[in-house]
Design a protein around this ligand. Structure first.
Ligand code: PMV
Length: 354
């Protein structure tokens, strides 16, 4: 049999939710209890790059993450691979003399190598970038013809939040109504050029791997938190509409208020879970205080904060000038020594109005 290798490479950035996804109504298909909205980051900073290769010489499917081989036995990888294989089409590479019929893809094995350009263990939503990139790149290799909505619905089965990384800009994951998940997919709200004065700063508070995975945390919250039900049914639907409006109008004040409130409610749900889940730590809380005091002193929000399933802060500044001030303040206040936040905020007002 002739030996050849066919390859494809892709890159996907991670995304940060401003209206959070927390809780599944179907664990196997990864169907959420509410819609969510996120912002996709710039691919130069936090992204996954994946190369997939197929060859008749490969006896099995294998995967390497940051150069280390990982087990592909997990159901989530298998779901993504299966769904893309099902949709594979004929591929012809005349230069290399390769001709693959669509039915051949069932027997052809793949090797997958994926790299993150940021620390995987830092709790920075690496699975979102990883699964989005895997699905996108496999789709390219196997010449699938599905649109981005359908690809997002496949990426969702790898990691829920991954469905939102298929698009740039601001993205909404519509929870969908169907039991089979066919309408649970991402749509773009606005593209990356729409609100490009925003600056996102990620303050790494701890690079330790999180203690409670999002999968087990969500399961416990769904089973035990009465606040989660209230949030999903009564609070989030209204917030989604307001957030879409705020984004379309580039209304930073509404955007920041909704983002902070939603992060805080997500962490309140974690606290309302039995046993309670603590993702934020004292440093996270100090960062919240810093931003809240600053926003209060200005009278109108300058910075929004949001925290995922870990203590790291994602800070969104309204423009570059605010981002510069924010960095100065973070560097002044952290690590906390004698530089007390209150004395900083009250002491040198000149920096406030800089
Ligand atoms: O997709 P997962 O299982 O990594 O869950 C992500 C959960 C949060 O990051 C906390 C919220 C979100 O919407 O991304």
């Amino acid at each position: 049999e002739p030996q050849w290798v066919l390859m494809a490479t892709g890159r996907s950035p991670t995304n940060i939710a401003v209206i959070k996804y927390w809780g599944k109504r179907d664990e196997a298909l990864i169907l959420p209890v509410n819609d969510s909205i996120s912002v996709t980051l710039d691919p130069d900073h936090l992204s996954a790059t994946t190369t997939v290769a197929a060859s008749p010489a490969f006896p099995s499917d294998r995967m390497w993450l940051n150069g280390k081989e990982i087990e592909l036995t997990g159901g989530r990888f298998q779901s993504c691979l299966r769904e893309i294989r099902k949709r594979a089409r004929d591929v012809e590479d005349k230069k290399k003399g390769i001709k693959i019929k669509k039915e051949d893809w069932e027997k052809l094995h793949v090797h997958i190598a994926s790299y993150n350009n940021f620390p995987t263990a830092a709790g920075l939503a690496s699975s979102a970038a990883g699964f989005a990139c895997l699905v996108f790149t496999l789709g390219k290799l196997m010449n699938v013809n599905e649109d981005y909505g359908e690809l997002s619905s496949i990426a969702r089965q790898g990691s829920g939040s991954a469905c939102r990384s298929i698009y740039g800009g601001f993205v909404k994951w519509c929870m969908g109504k169907n039991d089979n998940g066919s309408d649970s997919m991402a749509v773009q709200v606005v593209d990356e050029s729409h609100w490009d004065e925003l600056v996102i700063i990620i303050a790494v508070v701890s690079s330790k791997q999180k203690e409670t995975s999002s999968t087990s945390g969500m399961r416990d919250s769904v089973e035990t938190s009465p606040l989660l039900q209230y949030r999903a049914q009564t609070v989030v639907p209204g917030r989604i509409l307001k957030m879409e409006e705020a984004i379309k109008n580039r209304d930073f004040e509404s955007f920041a208020r909704l983002t902070c409130a939603d992060s805080n409610q997500f962490h309140a749900v974690c606290l309302d879970t039995s046993p309670p889940i603590f993702y934020m730590n004292d440093t996270s809380h100090r960062i919240i205080s810093l931003v809240e005091k600053w926003n209060h002193a200005e009278g109108t929000p300058q910075v929004a904060y949001t925290f995922d399933a870990g203590p790291n802060a994602v800070l969104i500044a309204r423009n570059r000038k605010t981002a510069t001030l924010l960095l100065q303040r973070l560097l002044y206040c952290f690590p906390p020594q004698d530089n007390d936040l209150d004395s900083y905020m009250l002491g040198d007002k000149s920096i406030l109005s800089d």
